[in-house]
Structure formats: structure tokens, C-alpha cells
Design a binder for this molecule. Structure first.
Ligand code: GTP
Ligand code: IMP
Ligand code: MG
Length: 431
């Protein structure tokens, strides 16, 4: 029986972990954020209502679950209290039976936010950070100059600190006790494997460990207690912020020039139609633009357009290995509908050599050229598919090929943003 599951992003974040966590949270007792802070943006759609979370675990929309912001995270008190108050306005009662924060999490202070400003600081600009003070806060933690949340609430008598105080606990004991009692625990990853400070495309990464290892140090749970690791991947790839992206379609400049979502919204239908026509005529930039428009690939946190590209099986296989994934979830399969041909990157060519291993040297990775395999697409709308067999043959073949290349079983397929647009194909590694 599976009692503990870690959900991790297999790409550069925004894989739709929020939706998968929400789906699994139904059967969980505890939902825990273990790394990162309000740089994350999870979107969960419940009963037609859209919830956006940056810091609070996505399990909060379910009744009777304990949500934990664990020690590996960095917490901006203002953002946390704003999220709590927004939930309260919507009628949720937030107390320590529903949400607790680790005394050992670190505090994002105003000085961290000021420093991490891509408009002013050339380094933040170069990385393309979310500007939320994440990097400077983790830096101070590692330099042993940081402020833990326990110290923050003790030393401040602000309204914000007062509101937080009853929620601050030594969470490692609570989590381990729950595991001993047989409770089901879901570890909710933020960001993704390729943004991991150790395993990602350094320096174009975040400052924490979003990978499965981070769920252990980030909560104080030992590796022998983990039953399953589910890796979430989009059926294609996106990246927000700077850094190498071998399967990118079009250039980062072209994408950024399109501007934020509010500029597209009014002309959406025509833009989507134009993108599909040009994509199917073979224009690579428009193939990427079609994914961006159809998948609404605009940052939850910053509104920035996300860079888009084909599924990169070389990077995906690396993510499977680094995290020890027991199965994978493929999201946003519906977005590929309409494209006549779909490509999968099966190897890279770099400096005249072919490799199927991911390249850890970031400068070298930036020179890698993707080697593609091409598969036929499908025209049918798959949003109502309830089983693998309901999917068009070409979609089935595409998924089977992804499984082969990742050398891992697919457990979940997502065909739309809603909770009921989720197909479980293998529940061996689920609660
Ligand atoms: P990060 O922690 O920021 O990496 O977030 P995330 O992985 O939770 O993803 P995020 O919510 O930023 O982006 C996913 C978006 O896709 C959300 O708007 C979801 O509602 C939406 N979504 C999730 N699954 C599907 C799907 O299968 N199809 C479609 N069309 N949209 C989906
Ligand atoms: P930081 O985490 O704000 O320091 O940003 C570092 C890099 O990680 C930038 O490229 C960000 O765009 C990226 N990043 C951070 N959080 C997320 C996320 O939740 N989804 C996608 N990218 C992210
Ligand atoms: Mg996101």
C-alpha cells in the first residue's frame, strides 16, 4: 500500500503539479510544501472556480486535510497572510487544524525582495528571477545569517506576525507521527527538476532543491519512509526565465516580444487560428506559439509568456533518474490537438557528437541541437476522454513512445484543467 508520495516537476516547472496534487490530495491526510516559496504559482480548478496559490499547499481547498509549509521553504510573511486572508474571504476557516508553518522555515525579509529585482539588479535580470527575494533569502540561510520563522514571530509584534504565531510549529514531529500512525502524506513539489540548484541548468535555476531529495531535507522525513515518487511532465516543454532550452521553438526574444496575457486576450481566437495554420505549414516559431496560446502558457506569478518547445525525452529521462520516479503523469495532452506532426527529442547533437545523456555543463547544453523523431498528431478534441482507450490512436502511440523513452510507466494523463479531466491508467503507485 502506498502511504507517502512525492510529486515533483520533471521539467522547468509549471508542469501542472497543482492539478495533480489536487487530484491526489482527495485521498491524502497531509499535504506538504517542502521547497521554494512564493516564486511558485499553482493553479487548481475546482467546480469551475480557479484558485491560484503561491505558497499555501494546493490541498487547502479540500476539507479535513492538514497543509504544511515545511522547513525547506522560504516564507514571505506578507504574502502568506495575504493568501490566508483571501481564503478566509472565500469562506475557508484557516486555523492550525488546516494549516501549519515550520518554525524552521526561513523568512523572506523586505531587504531580500529589494535585492532580487530583475529591473534593477543585473544578476537577477540575467537569471530572469521571479523577483520575490527567493535567492537572497536562501543565501542568508546557507550563510547562517537568516531569520527562521520562529525567530520572526517572536521578535515582531506586527499584525502579520500575530496572525502567523498560532500556526507556527515544529512540523518534523507532526509529519513523522502522522506517518507512524498510517496517515497518507503527499509531498507537493514546486518548480521542477531542471530548476534544481544542484541538478538543474545552473546558474539558470532557483535556489532550492525541488527534486525528491529536497522533500526529505525539506521536511525531516527519512528516505525509507517514501513509497512513491510521481514525476509530472507536460506533453511538451515550457520554460519561463532565461537559460538553455534545447527544444525551444522560436527564440526567447520572439516570445518575450509577444508580451503578457492581457495583450493577447482580446485577439485570442484569431491569433490561435493563425498560429495553427502557420504551425501546420511548418513554421517552428508558430508551432511554439500555438502551444503557448492553446496551453495559456503565461506565468501564474509574473504573467510572462513562457518559452515553449517539443517534449525533450533526453531531459525527461534524466529527471526520471535524478528523482527515482516510480511513475510519471503527463499533463496538457489536449494542447497538442490540431498539430499535424508532433516531434519528440530523442537525442542531442553537440560539438559533432550524438548523445542520449543529458548534458550537465550548461554552456555545452546551450550548444546542443535536438535530434527529433516525428509522429502524426490528432484532430479530435480529447477533453472528454475518460480512459486511455478513449484517446485517438495517434495520441495513444505518442504516450507509449514517451513511456519507452522515459523507461517509466505513465500513471496519470491529464486532458484539461478540470479535476474530472484526469485519466488514471495505472494506480499501483497512487494512494
Ligand atoms: P509551478 O509550481 O509554478 O511549477 O506550478 P504548476 O506545476 O502547478 O503549474 P501551473 O499551475 O503554473 O500551470 C499549469 C496550468 O495548466 C494551470 O493553469 C492549470 O490549470 C493548467 N492545466 C493543468 N493540467 C492541464 C491539462 O491537462 N490541460 C490544460 N489545457 N490545462 C491544464
Ligand atoms: P527564482 O526562483 O525567483 O530565484 O527564479 C529563478 C529561476 O527559476 C527563474 O528562471 C524563474 O523563472 C524560475 N522559476 C522559479 N519559480 C518557478 C516556477 O514556479 N515555475 C517556473 N519557473 C520558476
Ligand atoms: Mg506555476
Amino acid at each position: 500500500m502506498v502511504q507517502t508520495i512525492i510529486v515533483v516537476g520533471g521539467q522547468w516547472g509549471d508542469e501542472g503539479k497543482g492539478k495533480i496534487v489536487d487530484f491526489l490530495a482527495e485521498r491524502a491526510d497531509l499535504v506538504i510544501r517542502y521547497a521554494g516559496g512564493n516564486n511558485a504559482g499553482h493553479t487548481v480548478v475546482v467546480n469551475g472556480k480557479k484558485f491560484k496559490f503561491h505558497l499555501i499547499p494546493s490541498g487547502i481547498v479540500h476539507e479535513g486535510k492538514l497543509n504544511i509549509i515545511a522547513n525547506g521553504t522560504v516564507v514571505d510573511p506578507e504574502v502568506l497572510v495575504e493568501e490566508i486572508e483571501n481564503l478566509e474571504k472565500m469562506g475557508f476557516k484557516i486555523d492550525d487544524s488546516r494549516l501549519i508553518i515550520s518554525s524552521n522555515a526561513h523568512t523572506i525579509l523586505p531587504k531580500h525582495r529589494e535585492e532580487d529585482n530583475p529591473k534593477k539588479d543585473p544578476h537577477a535580470k540575467m537569471i530572469g528571477t521571479t523577483g520575490r527575494g527567493i535567492g537572497p533569502c536562501y543565501r542568508d540561510k546557507i550563510a547562517r545569517k537568516g531569520m527562521r520563522i520562529s525567530d520572526y514571530v517572536e521578535s515582531s509584534n506586527s499584525k502579520i506576525a500575530e496572525k502567523m504565531k498560532p500556526l507556527v510549529k515544529d512540523t518534523c514531529f507532526i509529519i513523522n507521527e502522522a506517518i507512524e500512525k498510517g496517515k497518507k502524506v503527499l509531498f507537493e513539489g514546486a518548480q521542477g527538476t531542471l530548476l534544481d540548484v544542484d541538478h538543474g541548468t545552473y546558474p539558470f535555476v532557483t535556489s532550492s532543491n525541488p527534486t525528491a531529495g529536497g522533500a526529505l531535507t525539506g521536511t525531516g522525513v527519512g528516505p525509507t519512509k517514501i513509497d512513491a515518487v510521481i514525476g509530472v511532465f507536460k506533453a511538451y516543454t515550457t520554460r519561463v526565465g532565461a537559460g538553455p532550452f534545447p527544444t525551444e521553438l522560436g527564440t526567447e526574444e520572439q516570445t518575450n516580444k509577444e508580451g503578457t496575457w492581457d495583450k493577447i486576450e482580446n485577439v485570442y481566437d484569431e491569433a490561435l487560428k493563425e498560429a495553427l495554420e502557420k504551425a501546420n505549414a511548418g513554421d517552428e516559431y508558430y508551432q511554439g506559439k500555438y502551444m503557448r496560446l492553446k496551453g495559456k502558457e503565461y506565468g501564474t506569478t509574473t504573467g510572462r509568456p513562457r518559452r515553449t518547445g517539443w517534449f525533450d525525452a533526453v531531459a525527461a529521462r534524466y529527471a526520471v533518474v535524478i528523482n527515482g520516479m516510480s511513475s510519471i503523469a503527463i499533463t496538457k495532452l489536449d494542447v497538442l490537438q490540431g498539430l499535424k506532426k508532433i516531434k519528440i527529442c530523442v537525442a542531442y547533437e553537440v560539438d559533432g557528437k550524438r548523445t542520449t545523456n543529458f548534458i550537465l555543463n550548461t554552456k555545452k547544453l546551450a550548444r546542443a541541437k535536438p535530434i527529433y523523431e516525428e509522429m502524426p498528431g490528432w484532430d479530435e478534441d480529447i477533453g472528454d476522454a475518460k480512459s486511455f482507450e478513449d484517446l485517438p490512436r495517434n495520441a495513444q502511440n505518442y504516450l507509449k513512445r514517451l513511456e519507452d523513452l522515459c523507461k517509466t510507466r505513465i500513471s496519470i494523463i491529464s486532458v484539461g484543467p478540470r479535476r474530472d479531466q484526469t485519466i488514471v491508467v495505472d494506480d499501483n503507485n497512487l494512494f
